[in-house]
Design a protein around this ligand. Sequence first.
Ligand SMILES: *Cc1c(COP(=O)(O)O)cnc(C)c1O
Length: 456
Amino acid sequence: MGHPMFNYDPVLGDAIFEYCRERLAMDPVPLDYGSLKSIPDTALDGLISLEGRDPKEILSFFTDQLAHSVVSIDSPRFLAFIPNAPTKSSLLFDMVVACSGLNGTSWLESAGVVVAENQALEFLADRIGLPKGAGGCFVSGGSIGNLSALTVGRDVGRSRRPDLAPHTLRYAISADAHSSVGSALHILGMEALLIEPDDHRLTIENVRAALAADPHPETVIGIVATCGTTNAGIVDDLEGLGTYCRENDLWFHVDGAYGGAAMFSTSETPLIRGLRHADSFIVDPHKWLYAPLDCAALIYRDPRLARAVHTQQAGYLDILHEGTDESFDWNPSDFAIHLSRRARGLPFWFSLVTEGVRNYETAVQTAIDMAHHTAQRIEDVDYLELVRPVSLSVVLFRRKGWTPEQYNEWSHQLLRDQIAFVTPTKWEGETIARFAFLHPDTTDEMVDEIFASMRD
Ligand SMILES: *Cc1c(COP(=O)(O)O)cnc(C)c1O
């Protein structure tokens, strides 16, 4: 008998596994609410105590009260922001990761995790046309992925331009880049050459014009492109921007947190061909690659550059770095801003391996087709209007005559009625409605219910 806190309680185990079984079997999952309306503010008071509480009582408190106060991101009625619809196999395998407390920090500790995660990363890298040897690690999200990658690009830029004062180095970015890119530059203490592209799509012509008009174009050490802007799904001119970077020794980072998943589509292949030029690339399996939060793939063309920047040095860590053969000394901790990490890539790996690539292709393509089909249907509704052509799986549309307050009220009511979770967005200063399709089980009938709710 050891310390009581480490005993397995089979009764509690059964109760939790039973809850998980029920949850996994729900078809469909309830949309649920994101607010705490049904729970009194004081519900959690005094729960943390010296003696501890009955776990079954607390499990019931969670299942009956807290769990319903979270919008189910895997509902086919979740069309706001960027949804996420983990496959059941990825959710199940996340339980394996959880129950094993699986560590994914270093080769020494976790080779069995690392080889599987790396297989998934290599598959993604190969799919976008990066050369053999490309690799990286899974991080918690696109934001950390962008920050980690832009740190490497910055340091490479410094070494290429030793003549320039380090703090003057900049990235060229689009005004439509994700907010996390701005945050990353803020953390890195870097400025941006901020470009407002025509129709929100960054092209090589935009970059050339901005550089020509800039007093210090030599300080731009890289370009950040987006493969699928979050708000509108727009894919920048990856081919033009990437080629320019290769020819001019600039770092080419592509943020594909959402739209990188289009690598599984058939219709978007020409649009994303330029991904093969990326020096660094991110895609979030926890968005459109059907894995649970929190999981972003961060991939470098030349991972050695990243290792040189991110490896943490400490006496107690030296043993992690004493291998000689690189392929057998792969520490995920060396490729991003993190050290300890859970084996967060494994649920994605397990799902990819077991479901098969074709299922990913059809699911991603279904979402894109749904977006185009919905846009056509919007044309037939007299009180609705398409705001711009569909890009990837995002539909921007307007309810004619509505004020921003009306959009907000409608969005809240839609959730209260458990019809859908759809949030308004801003486009060129105007508040409008937006669908981000992702779940292949979203139906025309669900969209019809949403359209009907906008009638008056
Ligand atoms: C969602 C998103 C991010 C941020 O990713 P997180 O996983 O939320 O940190 C970055 N870039 C783009 C284009 C995104 O859509």
